[in-house]
Design a binder for this molecule. Structure first.
Ligand code: ADP
Ligand code: ZN
Length: 659
């Protein structure tokens, strides 16, 4: 399919030409053979005349259905309607007249009657011949077939989306629709074209290295991941990164989208998967890139009764089988992209499949600057425009949005007949893009941004200063999905948790809202997610862990899960009241504690918030610089023995209730 597809335009044309030529030849032949026979059909009266005039040389009955009448050469001139030559002017050896005899016996009788008076020498006798009109016969059988093939061909073309250059669609419905970049059509993208996303680049570097010199790995017996999943919001450069991997490693690149597997016919998806892998194996080492893998990789139906998604499941099963089927060192690496890793079937994420997950986030201010640098490289910019300035104007923009801004700015400048693109053109472009973006993801005002920054700084400060809270890794105010800001913590691996630890975490979770109150004197709905977590945790302290004095050592936890749907509470009304007041008290105390921590360290917290506003991302290093070394566990110590970003805890969700 690979080459086929590339040469598709040529292939398609030649196929159509062959079709036309064959049809043409057939038509000419039929015409010609008819012409050669070139004889007029006559009725019985005329036949009788000819015979009675003694003009007939011979009569041959063909296939017992037709009489071919040959005139005597010297008599032909008496019949001007007979064309004696064919179109090239050669004397015609064909019969001059034809007569449909109907029934042989009857014709014989009629002939005998006409010749009754004839002398024996004048009498003509019938001779028989069978003539098979091969061409005619073939045509009769072939024409309808050609006709139906034609219909089939067009119907299939339409059904499969009329894909450009897919003249052979009819034969390739089960073939993969992958776009192939190989020797003739190279991927020219390298890591230079991908700005920011440094961590992701480091992750894929190993894949590049493997593709370049697999020997190095295989001789040591090491195994290279078969697949990696690129996870991130749209436009963050997932496709770009995958292409860059192929470009760097200089290997063929098969690119297709998850939805390309899906077709209305049963079994097509699975057969396309099979075909894709077959092609890929023949070109190994190479990379297969499946965009939007969630189209097929969605968790398989839990309600099997509905069965409507059988086809998708078959496709997914085939993909899993293929991934298991080829051995690790065969040199085919599968990269897949999605922005919804949460809905993927867990079988896809198992070891030996997409066991590596690479996260791409919306770029922060520094990364945006780098992306602007990449995309303004070929633009004619006025001296006054700096990428740094542009990055500041575009919080929450993805790489694709930035590429869009650059292009739009160039167009605006051109429209105004400018010699170079000026600051104002970029600002106009940003406005225009934001107008389009507003529906897609949130753009927030400066005031909202400030609120978010101070809220997140509150979390960060409290968790940094409390000994038992989880160590913080980074805080951002870059929106992702529903969340407007986020703080990542590395949870310590601990088997049991003490009351102090839970309370410290509670306190840190309340730090966001506490900060809002201290700094602005008003609180926002943004803390909804925090409060939900806090309340649940406090409830667990009281009712599950028996950690309060009034309900000491009592747990209403039901490990059997049998009472899940029961409506009866396992405690009395009076106990319920105690539980309520205990929960209230815990949260109250922790909230006051959070506020105290913050007001004791107000300067540091403000510094942090401002840094967050400026840089959008703040790491544990920044916190250490502001507050000094942490009393409790440090990020470094955990990170070293467990370099696993998967376990990052917590993603803050600000809920905009106006939405
Ligand atoms: P995704 O696959 O994540 O939806 P793409 O890789 O298709 O996004 O990105 C679309 C375009 O956005 C790219 O072609 C590129 O021009 C631009 N882009 C996105 N991320 C980056 C980046 N990190 N550096 C440079 N350009 C980027
Ligand atoms: Zn919060």
């Amino acid at each position: 399919m690979a080459e086929k597809k590339i040469q598709a335009p040529k292939g398609k044309n030649s196929r159509i030409w062959i079709f036309i030529v064959v049809l043409g030849i057939l038509t000419i032949f039929t015409f010609f053979s008819d012409f050669k026979r070139g004889s007029n059909e006559i009725d019985f009266r005329k036949l009788k005349d000819i015979i009675e005039n003694h003009d007939v040389e011979k009569i041959i009955i063909v296939n017992k259905e037709r009489a071919d009448i040959y005139l005597k050469i010297d008599k032909i001139k008496n019949y001007p309607e007979v064309k004696n030559t064919n179109f090239i002017g050669i004397a015609n050896s064909s019969p001059q007249f034809k007569f449909p005899i109907g029934d042989y016996a009857t014709f014989q009788k009629q002939l005998d009657e006409i010749q009754e008076q004839f002398s024996e020498t004048d009498k003509i006798y019938l001779s028989n011949s069978t003539e098979s009109n091969i061409l005619g016969g073939i045509l009769i059988y072939i024409l309808p077939i050609i006709f139906f093939l034609g219909i089939w061909y067009f119907v299939f073309r339409r059904m499969s989306g009329g894909g450009a250059g897919t003249g052979s669609q009819i034969f390739s419905i089960g073939k993969s629709k992958a776009q192939v970049f190989d020797k003739e059509k190279k991927v020219k993208i390298t890591f230079k074209d991908v700005a920011g996303v440094e961590e992701a680049k480091v992750e894929v570097m190993e894949i590049v290295d493997f593709l370049k010199n697999p020997k190095k790995y295989t001789t040591l017996g090491g195994k290279i991941p078969k697949g990696a999943l690129l996870i991130g919001p749209p436009g963050t450069g997932k496709t770009l990164l995958a292409k860059a991997v192929a470009g760097e490693a200089d290997v063929p690149f098969f690119s297709l989208s998850g939805s390309d597997f899906v077709e209305m016919f049963v079994g097509v998806g699975a057969s396309r998967v099979r075909d894709l892998f077959q092609q890929a194996k023949s070109k190994a080492p190479c990379i297969i890139f499946i965009d939007e893998i969630d189209a097929i990789g969605r968790a398989r139906g839990k309600n099997a009764n509905f069965g409507g998604n059988d086809e998708r499941e078959n496709t997914l099963n085939q993909l899993l089988t293929e991934m298991d089927g080829f051995d690790t060192n065969s040199g085919v690496i599968i990269l897949a992209a999605t922005n919804r890793a949460d809905i993927l079937d867990s079988a896809l994420l198992r070891a030996g499949r997409f066991d590596r997950q690479i996260h791409l986030e919306l770029p922060d201010i520094k990364e945006r600057e780098e992306i602007f640098l990449v995309h303004t490289k070929d633009l004619k910019m006025a001296e006054t425009v700096h990428p740094e300035f542009l990055a500041k104007q575009t919080p929450g923009f993805s790489g694709a949005d930035i590429a869009n801004v650059c292009n739009e700015a160039a167009l605006i400048a051109a429209r105004n007949d400018k010699k170079s693109i000026e600051k104002q053109d970029f600002l106009d472009a940003v406005d225009r893009i934001i107008g389009g973006l507003e529906k897609k993801h949130k753009i927030f005002t400066d005031k909202e941004k400030k609120t978010i920054a101070y809220h997140e700084a509150g979390h960060a400060t409290v968790s940094w200063l409390l000994e038992y809270a989880n160590p913080l890794l980074k805080v951002t105010i870059i929106p992702r999905g529903k969340a407007l800001g986020a703080a990542w913590y590395l949870p310590e691996e601990r088997q049991i948790t003490t009351k102090e630890q839970i309370l410290d975490e509670l306190c840190a979770t309340l730090g966001g809202r506490a900060s809002e109150e201290i700094n602005f004197g008003e609180i926002s709905t943004g803390a909804l997610n925090d409060l939900e977590r806090v309340t649940k945790q406090a409830m667990a302290i009281v009712t599950y862990f028996g950690m309060t004095d009034s309900l000491k050592n009592i747990s209403y936890f039901d490990s059997t899960g049998q009472n899940e749907y029961g409506f009866t509470k396992p405690f009395s009304e009076k106990t319920a009241e105690i539980i309520d007041s205990e929960i209230k008290q815990i949260i109250e105390i922790e909230y006051i504690r959070a506020k105290k921590v913050l007001s004791d360290n107000l300067d540091g917290m403000k510094k942090l918030a401002e840094r967050l506003l400026e840089k959008e991302v703040v790491f544990s290093d920044d916190l250490e610089e502001i507050f000094g070394k942490r009393k409790g566990t440090n990020v470094d110590s955990i990170q070293n023995d467990e370099n696993n970003t998967e376990n990052l805890e917590k993603e803050e969700i600000f809920i905009n209730l106006n939405q």
